[in-house]
Design a protein around this ligand. Structure first.
Ligand code: NAP
Ligand code: GLV
Ligand code: GLV
Length: 328
């Protein structure tokens, strides 16, 4: 008999095909996020769970099936999963890093360019038939080329954004937990304290994971440290930024603008944000290309399959679980 897996949302077909080679696959047939109660009901009797960043996987879900063997997240970020609870229960948690790095960096750059050059405002004006004709002072933005980019969290995606910025002749500042001497050399990047980065950057781009430490890392105080001509870009996780403070800062001209792909309480957004012309707002589409969503699905499948076959998965979030097993 094949092992069983529950998949909380329909994924690109190659991922489901790969899963079906090993598992009896049950997929949520509806195009919506399931409630926790629904996930619990479906996890019962399954060997594996493949879930999304919109699914909250806490101790209650993990306890729904005592023989649950793996939780495979279809995302690189795993703040939706209580990893400590999974580790306590000896359940490997996996994610999908790498395959979405370049795609998310592309989207980050799209936001940088769109907000600085007022691309979305211009598009709206054209569609509304409101273009008065070319003017020397008409719809002026700010240059991207040659400016200073501050990368908060110089990991895979942060570094991919920095590589793009180098092509735009930008000076690159960054924060990270550990130094990155190879990037300092390759990109001429400079690791600085967050406060320096905020004060000196023309674009501040967030690329840290959401953790207890990074929750509201950017709040009113940090926004006030930024230049009045600077832009905040967030393609990481909404709660890293205090969204209410950001709306006030955008309204009062504390900063020039913001480009956002993620929000504090998705799919909702802070009241007032939608009315601000100096914000470019995208619906969490950082990794949303056919190529990348397929690659994420296949990787999430490979992660789950590896665990079920007793192999260390390609991307294990809680390696302690594996070390403990080997020690037994
Ligand atoms: P990553 O390679 O793990 O990079 C994270 C970086 O953040 C690392 O450089 C890390 O420092 C740094 N960091 C962690 N905590 C920090 C802190 N408290 N202060 C300063 N720096 C800190 O992750 P990634 O693959 O680039 O992905 C980053 C995040 O992007 C994901 O967690 C996810 O939430 C988000 N994401 C969003 C989308 C989207 O659709 N919008 C798509 C993909 C990913 P060290 O290098 O020193 O460890
Ligand atoms: C997307 O937001 C991810 O974390 O993969
Ligand atoms: C890398 O993701 C690992 O810990 O296997």
């Amino acid at each position: 008999m094949k092992p069983t897996i529950y998949v909380t949302r329909r994924l690109p077909q190659p991922a489901l095909d790969r899963l079906a080679e090993v598992f009896d696959v049950e997929v949520n047939p509806e195009d919506r996020v399931l409630t926790k109660e629904e996930i619990i009901a479906h996890v019962r009797g399954k060997d594996a769970l493949l879930c999304l960043l919109t699914d909250t996987i806490d101790a209650e879900v993990l306890d729904a099936e005592p023989s649950l063997k793996v939780v495979s997240n279809y995302a690189v970020g795993y703040n939706n999963i209580d990893v400590a609870a999974a580790t306590e229960r000896g359940i490997p948690v996996t994610n999908t890093p790498g395959v979405l790095t370049e795609t998310t960096a592309d989207l980050t750059f799209a936001l940088i360019l769109a907000v600085a050059r007022r691309v979305v405002e211009g598009d709206r004006i054209m569609r509304a038939g409101e273009f008065p004709g070319w003017g020397p002072m008409y719809l002026l933005g700010h240059d991207v080329y040659g400016k200073t980019l501050g990368i908060v969290g110089m990991g895979r995606i942060g570094a991919a954004v920095a590589r793009r910025a180098k092509g735009f002749g930008m000076r690159i500042l960054y924060t990270s937990r550990s130094p990155k001497p190879e990037l300092d050399v390759a990109l001429g990047a400079e690791r600085v304290p967050l406060e320096t980065l905020l004060k000196e950057s023309d674009f501040v781009s967030i690329h840290v994971p959401l953790t207890e430490e990074t929750h509201h890392l950017i709040g009113e105080r940090e926004l006030r440290l930024m230049k009045r001509t600077a832009y905040l870009i967030n393609t990481a996780r909404g709660p890293v930024v205090d969204e209410a403070a950001l709306v006030r800062a955008l309204r009062e001209g504390v900063i020039a603008g913001a480009g956002l792909d993620v929000y504090e309480r998705e799919p909702a957004m802070e009241p007032g944000l939608a009315e601000l012309p100096n914000a470019v707002l995208l619906p969490h589409v950082g990794s949303a290309t056919v190529e990348t969503r397929t690659a994420m699905g296949v990787l999430a499948a490979e992660n789950a399959i590896a665990v079920i076959q007793g192999r260390r998965p390609p991307h294990l979030v809680n390696p302690e679980v594996w070390e403990r097993r080997r020690g037994r």
